[in-house]
Design a protein around this ligand. Structure first.
Ligand code: BEZ
Length: 390
């Protein structure tokens, strides 16, 4: 069939638009990405995995997103909320970055999100789950590639209820992530009539667990739910087993308790059940290709943090592609980022209107050095996004 004059005109117009976008991308120079992550302290390993994942995706796109080269600027936030505003201003005011990517710690991310909103800078959060960022504080220019603290906690509460837990105790670090994760767990557990009889905390990033473990042994709950991550999670899981508690009181948690930590936790973590939006052995072409590419590039196995870094770059890349790399088309760019479907190693997911992943939360079991998939604990779980008005 011969193309009509209309079709030829449309094709020519599209060709011109694409050429114009390409020319724009070439003339505009690199996009400045500010990585604000922990490179020291208990969350250092998480920061490195996120950076690796982000860079892997960019490399797979030939080093460009939306046709533009990427230039990186880095700040070690030390997971220290009191330094967060100064640190983020190094990226916004000194380095003049176009996009902020960070961070791991919810308290630091809350300060970053405020600065991003006040300065109208684009921000992609590759971990920190602070509920408010995609709740009451939500903003069109801030999206998250990870989770809200409520999500995996709620799913673990549902699973614990299904396992017949009636009386649970919680033990976490006393900051937003621990408190919100515990709140999600409590809400999930209460759905089946179980309840949390006591919440125990210690200051972040403390690892003096002994007195708290003694209290758990005395109270004899049906299960314990704990939020810890990174080096702190390694110490906690080992201390819990060394106290012999894992023989009588199951230790549950969001998957951070056993993600990126299993080599160091060894026997202490075996057979633990956790809930998260990723499992190492998801047997899909996307996850298999991602794990292979990551292992080749970094001589290490990826974890959930690497996945979230990879997906942060995908969300940014999909947005930039929609505007031909033109950051001045801000409204179109943020709309495209919010509407994107992310082809993630965890499985495809979309973002809620508040900018948080709507995703399956898996039940996983530790076997050797893997968090193995067992079932979907809660399908397509959306954060309640309490108070978000866009
Ligand atoms: C947080 O602070 O939001 C967080 C830190 C580590 C793992 C998961 C969440």
């Amino acid at each position: 069939m011969k193309p009509t004059r209309f079709a030829l005109t449309t094709l020519a117009a599209l060709g011109l638009a694409a050429a114009a976008a390409g020319a724009h991308a070439q003339a505009a120079g690199p996009i400045k990405v500010g990585l604000m992550l922990p490179y020291s302290g208990t969350y250092a390993g998480l920061g490195i995995a996120i950076e690796n994942g982000f860079k892997l995706y960019v490399q797979e796109q030939g080093g460009k997103l939306g046709g533009r080269e990427i230039q990186y600027f880095k700040v070690d936030d030390e997971s220290e909320p009191s330094k967060a505003t100064d640190n983020v201003n190094k990226l916004i005011k000194r380095d003049n970055v176009d996009v902020l990517v960070g961070t791991v710690h919810s308290g630091v991310a809350l300060a970053m999100a405020k600065a991003a909103r006040d300065n109208n800078v684009l921000m992609v959060i590759p971990n920190a789950g602070a509920d408010a960022i995609t709740g009451a504080m939500c903003s069109a220019n801030v999206v998250r590639s990870s989770f809200s603290n409520w999500q995996p906690g709620y799913a673990m509460g549902v699973v614990a209820g299904q396992k017949g837990v009636k009386r649970a105790m919680t033990l976490t670090w006393a900051y937003a992530a621990g408190a919100e994760s515990t709140k999600g767990f409590t809400e999930g557990l209460e759905k089946s009539g179980g309840k949390v009889v006591k919440d125990l905390t210690l200051p972040f990033p403390g690892v003096e667990f002994q007195a708290l473990l003694t209290e758990i042994a005395a109270q004899k709950p049906d299960a314990v739910y704990s939020f810890f991550a990174g080096a702190g999670a390694v110490k906690f899981v080992k201390d819990y087993a060394a106290a012999g508690l894992n023989k009588t009181i199951p230790l549950y948690g969001p998957g951070f308790l056993t993600d990126g930590t299993l080599e160091a936790q060894g026997a202490a973590a075996q057979n633990m059940l956790t809930t998260l939006h990723y499992a190492d052995d998801l047997d899909t072409p996307k996850n298999n290709a991602f794990r292979k590419a990551y292992a080749i590039a970094f001589k290490a196995q990826p974890d959930v943090y690497a996945v979230q870094g990879y997906d942060a770059a995908q969300i940014l890349g999909n947005g930039l592609k929609a505007v031909g790399g033109d950051l001045a088309k801000r409204d179109q760019l943020t709309a495209a980022m919010h509407k994107t479907v992310v082809d993630s190693p965890r499985g495809k997911f979309s973002l809620s209107p508040a900018g948080n992943p709507v995703q399956d939360i898996y039940l996983r079991e530790v076997k050797g050095n893997n968090n193995e998939f067992r079932s979907i604990a809660v399908k397509s779980l959306a954060d309640p996004a309490r108070g978000c008005k866009l």
